[in-house]
Write a protein that binds this ligand. Structure first.
Ligand SMILES: O=c1ccn([C@@H]2O[C@H](COP(=O)(O)O)[C@@H](O)[C@H]2O)c(=O)[nH]1
Length: 269
């Protein structure tokens, strides 16, 4: 998908909501457990109920890998379901990959060609040759971890490298990568106060912002400091939406939560 299509979708839906499909079998409603593929059935119901309120879906791959082959099958069915029924939606494989060049190429093939995601999250630690293989794919997006939402972000990401903190170095250096126009960045909603500086380095880039809801980040602060003329934000909420209820009404309750967020977002546009 081209960035322009994503921006158009945001303007049409008045939403920059990304729903995280972090499906834990222990948390999904009991009545789904009798289905052949409970994870897929859960995702399908959530997507059908919320697709008009969200512009992106982000399965975190860990939740699928944990179930082995059945988990991968559920993931594949989920991405196929989105691509066939709601092709306008932007899809993110939250996989946090990155390795030496030839291995990164294989990761990129897995998520862009086999799974047909629009984007994948990548850890920048191994540098340019670990990121560029992802950027080589046309109309696909690489989402680089910059300043993450967790407490551990302060262990390394904010440490100074010369004059500047490491996360700023990641932002600045990655702009020189080949096809860097297809780069987006992860910035945690819990780090909204850093967004002003981040926007000075990457004024136009889309930011994937997890950490609202369950992690306590503020949507208002993220919009205040991070929004651009083309919005430039995808705000993710996973647990706060998909586990709004564990009863038979789970999809309706998820829709209510998504609507609350969409309405808040519309007020910032
Ligand atoms: O800095 C980061 C990077 C990724 N995540 C992921 O986003 C979701 C957040 O889930 P919530 O339930 O809305 O807290 C999850 O998949 C994380 O692995 C992040 O939280 N922070």
């Amino acid at each position: 998908m081209q960035t322009e299509q994503l921006i158009q979708q945001i303007r049409t839906k008045k939403s920059f909501l990304c729903i995280g499909l972090d499906v834990d079998i222990k948390k999904i409603p009991n009545h789904l457990l009798k289905e052949t593929d409970p994870i897929f059935e859960f995702n399908k119901a959530i997507i059908d109920a919320t697709h008009h309120l969200a512009v992106a879906y982000k399965p975190n791959i860990a939740f699928y890998e944990a179930f082995g082959i059945k988990g991968w099958e559920a993931l594949k069915k989920t991405i196929n379901y989105i691509n066939e029924n709601y092709p306008e939606l932007f899809t993110i494989a939250d996989a946090k990959r990155g390795d030496i060049g030839n291995t990164s190429t294989m990761y990129a093939k897995a998520f862009f060609e086999d799974m047909e995601f629009d984007s994948v999250t990548i850890a920048p630690y191994m540098g340019k040759d670990s990121v560029e293989p992802f950027l080589a794919f046309k109309d696909k997006h690489t989402i680089l971890l910059a300043l993450t939402s967790n407490e551990g972000a302060f262990d390394f990401q904010t440490l100074k490298v010369g004059e500047v903190p490491l996360y700023q170095k990641v932002l600045e250096t990655s702009k020189s990568y080949k096809n860097s126009e297809n780069l987006m960045y992860v910035v945690g909603a819990t780090k909204a106060e850093y967004l002003k500086e981040i926007r000075q380095i990457v004024p136009e880039s889309f930011l994937l912002v997890p950490g609202v809801g369950a992690q306590g980040g503020s949507l208002e602060d993220v919009c205040k400091y991070g929004m651009t003329e083309n919005i430039g934000l995808l705000i993710n909420s996973s647990r706060g939406i998909i586990y709004a209820s564990n009863g038979e009404d789970f999809a309706d309750k998820a829709k209510e939560k998504a609507l609350e967020m969409q309405q808040q977002m519309a007020s910032f546009l």
